[in-house]
Design a binder for this molecule. Structure first.
Ligand code: ADP
Ligand code: TZD
Ligand code: MG
Length: 558
């Protein structure tokens, strides 16, 4: 009751959504404004896809679902790409969309922004729910939160019809309808016999190898994971976003001998990594046909997805690794010394090759000389987030730039998708308050480039480095279809990308050699201001599709 007027205090559906979020510790909305939200931080983007990507990465970093809010139909569909990407990568996220009048939508009578969003979302989300009554907003959000973060995390769509969002109800009744989710992602303990089986297999290994994936990074169990790796002495390989879980310069890292380690290992333990295309589906020739696999994952059906798993350990990674540690004592796990020697030799050989690449001073710069400069500047700054997308720009940066802290490397992920760059950078900066360096192919940048206005508007400490080689993979391709058009892979090499950020009051830099790149990056990071470095890369330096050219469709006719 309002004491002065003696009438009941009122609320509406949209306020209830915000109150339900806050009750569950969700304090930020990423979206393109359709409506203002009071009492909660709202980061307004230029495109819903980037807003969704920001929400998804905040989910990955915090273990709480990132919230993206869009308008109906086109706004919803723009956000869907990010929701699908979040689900594919196992990031917890909730996409909330207003929707039009169902009576009209379902008869296709042509409403404003008409679309059957609920059904459109289903195939691409972990779940899709609709709230049909304002008093169900609390339970609807609770359901969405629990679904997003429990088990294998993923994207959830929450459909809120306009009439539910606009509905007026008694504030007290509304408040009482809200639900605070208790233990949204309950621990899932592995079975003791699964732990024993895994340790048995590891004990018999001559050439064991541990692969760390982004599921391991997500679980925030790095202290125990490191303990397990160091106590067993088993060499490890991080998948791209698991880099830094243990520092890349850890003596047991086999990253510099990756292909050798995969091909020669006799027992492989996957911790939160799927045997998908990024690991050659676990098949030969990349892997030994006789290797045995141990797998730690929260999803029971991930086991045997591509290759037989002799020791499945189903549980959350934190619980599973802690159970492995608790049971480790009687087991004699000891990688063979020949294995460790072979790996050390390979690592040394490959490290020399890398050092030669980095030491070369080609003019114009190639990917290695530019990345060498960035590596130098970032070497003692483990707190900095690194966002990375492109083809050559992605593959070579992953190999050159060492990570020293967990969950700092954010990249194209399971889909190898372009367009995550600025959204992930904004999400990481907003969530952490820490600086972000986004290393972007010139093509990759284009997918979300307009969000540099968002970066400038919110004064986020994001430095975008564009690897401008004038195209997709290379900038020197010719148009094979004849005519005067440029090749479809060619972009404007002479483009002054740094002027884009100057238009919004950020700092633009141009770098054509490693020294000026180092200087510009160091300056930009020291200033803490939004900056963009246009970095001139030799258009002849890249290869088609970077390191995955073999995955392109091949034609048998020339
Ligand atoms: P990468 O691309 O780094 O190899 P993937 O995304 O392919 O990693 O695999 C991550 C795996 O981690 C998924 O199979 C997912 O089910 C699993 N996972 C995610 N979170 C957890 C968790 N908390 N505990 C256990 N497994 C998890
Ligand atoms: N569209 C989307 C959404 N994702 C994709 N992965 C692609 C298209 C195809 N693609 C790649 O796989 S990499 C890439 C595209 C368009 C861009 C590569 O060019 P770049 O990087 O300038 O970003 P390099 O350094 O020139 O190789
Ligand atoms: Mg390029």
């Amino acid at each position: 009751m309002d004491e002065k007027t003696n009438s009941p205090l009122l609320t509406n559906g949209f306020h209830l959504v915000v109150d339900a979020m806050k009750l569950n510790g969700l304090n930020t909305i990423y979206g393109v404004a359709g409506t203002q939200a009071s009492g909660i931080r709202y980061i307004g983007f230029r495109h819903e896809q980037s807003a969704g990507n920001a929400a998804a990465i905040s989910g990955y970093l915090t273990q709480k679902p990132g919230i993206c809010l869009t308008v109906s139909a086109p706004g919803f569909l723009n956000g869907m790409v990010a929701l699908a990407n979040a689900t594919t990568n196992s990031f917890p996220m909730i996409l909330i969309s207003g929707s039009s009048d169902r009576a009209i939508v379902d008869l296709q009578q042509g409403d404003y922004e008409e679309l059957d969003q609920m059904n459109a979302a289903k195939p691409y989300a972990k779940a899709a729910y609709r709230v049909n009554r304002p008093e169900d907003i609390g339970i609807g959000l609770a359901r969405a939160i629990r679904t997003a973060v429990s088990g294998r995390p993923g994207g959830v769509y929450l459909d809120l019809p306009a009439e539910v969002l606009g509905a007026i109800l008694d504030a007290e009744v509304g408040a009482k309808s809200l639900v605070r989710v208790v233990d949204a992602a309950p621990r899932q303990l592995p079975a003791p016999e699964a732990i024993a089986r895994a340790l048995d297999v590891l004990e018999k290994a001559e050439r064991p190898l541990i692969i760390l994936g982004k599921g391991a990074a997500y679980s925030q169990a790095e202290a125990d994971i490191r303990d397990f790796i160091e106590r067993t002495g088993i060499p490890f390989l991080p998948m791209s976003m698991a880099k830094g879980l243990l520092p890349d310069d850890h003596p047991q890292s086999a990253a510099a001998a990756r292909s050798f380690a995969l091909a020669q290992a006799d027992v492989v333990m996957l911790i939160g990594a799927r045997l998908n295309w990024l690991l050659g589906h676990g098949k030969s020739p990349q892997w030994s046909a006789t290797a045995q696999f141990v797998q730690l994952d929260i999803m029971p059906t991930e086991m045997d997805s591509n290759r037989a798993i002799v020791a499945p350990v189903v549980g959350d990674i934190a619980s599973s690794v802690s159970a492995l540690l608790a049971t480790l004592e009687p087991y004699q796990i000891q990688p063979g010394s020949a294995w460790l020697d072979d790996l050390a030799q390979r690592k040394e050989k490959n490290a020399k090759r890398m050092a030669t690449h980095l030491a070369a001073k080609p003019d114009p710069m190639d990917f290695y000389s530019a990345l060498g400069a960035i590596k130098g500047v970032l070497a003692n700054k483990p707190e900095i987030y690194l966002v990375n997308e492109g083809a050559n720009t992605l593959d070579i940066a992953r190999n050159v730039i060492d990570m020293h802290a967990p969950r700092k490397r954010l990249d194209s992920g399971t889909w190898g998708v372009m367009g995550i760059g600025m959204g992930y950078a904004i999400g990481a900066a907003v969530t952490s308050g820490k600086p972000v360096v986004a290393i972007e192919g010139d093509s990759a940048f284009g997918f979300s480039g307009m969000e540099i206005e968002t970066i400038c508007r919110y004064r986020l400490p994001v430095v975008t480095v564009i690897f401008n080689n004038g195209g997709i993979y290379r900038g020197d391709d010719v148009n094979r279809s004849g005519g005067a058009d440029p090749a479809p892979t060619v972009l404007m090499k002479q483009a002054r990308y740094e002027k884009l950020i100057e238009a919004f009051g950020g700092d633009g830099h141009y770098a054509a050699d490693p020294q000026s790149l180092s200087k510009a990056l160091a300056e930009a990071l020291a200033s803490g201001r939004p900056a963009l470095i246009n970095c001139a890369i030799d258009p002849r330096a890249g290869t088609e599709s970077g390191h995955i050219g073999n995955l392109n469709p091949q034609s048998s006719i020339a």
